[in-house]
Design a protein around this ligand. Structure first.
Ligand SMILES: [Zn+2]
Length: 451
């Protein structure tokens, strides 16, 4: 396939913006870039895709999300409003995940995948929970990711909060799915796996050790870390150690582990995250919504931690997450110099690409360069001021909207063209979800603890 009549944003090193270009894609990879005239002459027999002068750029990557949360939209929490994050877990997320069966997991996933394709997020790192449907849950999600044509990394969150048997089932599900990905390479290699853990505050020392013992080679964990002070207090009570120290002691950290949030880590914990090479993901929309505080992102980056950007189940519109990260650190620190556009690019572009590449190592990802995975989006943006590689982050922060994404391509396959979805039936998914959601809400209410 030859994409022509395109303005390219490469996100290469250095980043380039190239006008009047064409991109040749073969076997899911970018083979060549070049001037449109020359490329059209050189490849007369290739299928053509006219970008109509739009920007063509690498698809966005989400470092931490929850497909299982889609049915929470518009759902009422009974009783008085939760007063802090631990209450949000007990009154919202834990009873909701208990209410999910096979079909709910399938459609909750599909709702998120439609959202991702429409809004240009092409790689998603998911963290799944459905304690009344554990065995095979990751296969159901995988099947829909495959159908959608996206790229995803899946895991099941192990926790002790539903008892020992379900913790064991969670361990089995991670182990099984990781091995399946290693052996089968499902979805033509667009699926990868990691080992999910909920958070230190719902994991005993025995379960952490059992997870470490079950971890297949060359993989790591995906766990929430110090999202709220409660995680630190609980860890101190259980072990006399802060959360990161505790996870290090149990062998959970390392160069293949993702720690989501790190809002309440102290300086020594940041040092351990840096020394161990652990990835950390930042989710400012979720942190604001839960009222948990703001991670010290700039210091964590300066300490040498590879910090990424996720959405924690918020819309798969990653530029919204960019904008929130850009704004919240300024108001939190009361200093407009904080969290520059360059820092946002370090998280959302550079580090997210490196993280995704760890899971999909056969070719570069997140850059429009020859040899890279052909995961691309078309953006119908017409700048009213000069746009160049230096000021691109601010054009994205103040000018780009996900509604401008018109075409989404993953591994060289077109998933959406001119805003028409080609792999998923949005009307069917919407109708079926609206049918399933009220039943999920009903079951959810039966699991909500009394005030
Ligand atoms: Zn999360």
């Amino acid at each position: 396939m030859l994409i022509h009549n395109a303005r390219l944003i490469t996100w290469g090193v250095p980043n380039q913006i190239l006008e009047g270009q064409a991109v040749l894609i073969q076997d899911g990879k970018i083979v060549a870039l070049g001037s449109e005239d020359q490329m059209l002459r050189d490849h007369p027999d290739e299928d053509k895709l006219d970008a109509d002068g739009q920007y063509v750029m690498p698809g966005n990557i989400c470092a931490h999300t929850h497909f299982y949360g889609a049915f929470a939209r518009g759902m009422a929490i009974p009783g008085r409003p939760p007063r802090d994050f631990p209450e949000i877990l007990r009154k919202l997320w834990w009873p909701l995940d208990k209410a999910l069966g096979l079909e709910d997991v399938r459609y909750s996933t599909l709702v998120c995948l439609v959202d991702a394709i429409k809004h240009g997020t092409t790689t998603l790192i998911d963290h799944h929970a459905s304690p009344n449907f554990i065995d095979g849950s990751l296969d159901v999600i995988a099947e829909e990711v495959d159908r959608a044509g996206l790229r995803a990394v899946l895991c099941y969150e192990v926790t002790d909060r539903d008892g020992k048997e379900k913790a064991r089932a969670g361990i089995r599900e991670n182990e099984r799915f990781i091995r399946r990905c290693q052996v089968d390479q499902p979805a033509d290699g667009r699926l990868a796996a990691t080992f999910g853990l909920h958070a230190s505050l719902t994991l005993s020392a025995e379960t952490l050790d059992a997870c470490r013992a079950a971890l297949p080679g060359n993989t790591g964990f995906h766990i929430h870390v110090a999202e709220h002070e409660a995680d630190e207090y609980d860890s101190l009570e259980k072990s006399d150690l802060r959360v990161v120290d505790r996870l290090q002691k149990h062998g959970i950290l390392g160069e293949r582990t993702i720690a989501a949030h790190a809002v309440h880590v102290d300086a020594r914990e940041v040092e351990i995250l840096a020394q161990s090479g652990t990835w950390v993901s930042h989710q400012p929309r979720s942190n604001m919504n839960n009222g948990v505080g703001v991670a010290d992102v700039e210091s964590i980056l300066r300490a040498g931690v590879r910090m990424c950007l996720g959405n924690d189940g918020f819309s798969n519109a990653m530029w919204e997450e960019w904008k929130t990260a850009y704004l919240v650190h300024k108001v939190w620190n009361r200093d407009p110099r904080r969290m520059s556009g360059g820092a946002i690019v370090a998280l959302a572009v550079e580090n997210n690409a490196k993280l995704a590449n760890m899971f999909f190592p056969e070719a570069p990802i997140g850059a429009l360069t020859p040899g890279a995975h052909a995961d691309l989006i078309f953006v119908d943006y017409h700048p009213t001021t000069p746009l160049n590689p230096g000021n691109l982050p601010w054009h994205i922060l103040f000018g780009f909207h996900e509604s401008m994404v018109t075409t989404t391509i993953v591994a060289g396959k077109v998933l959406m063209q001119n805003r028409t979805l080609l792999t998923l039936d949005e009307a069917e998914i919407t109708a079926r979800s609206r049918d399933l959601a009220p039943k999920v809400w009903q079951r959810y209410e039966s699991f909500v603890p009394a005030d």
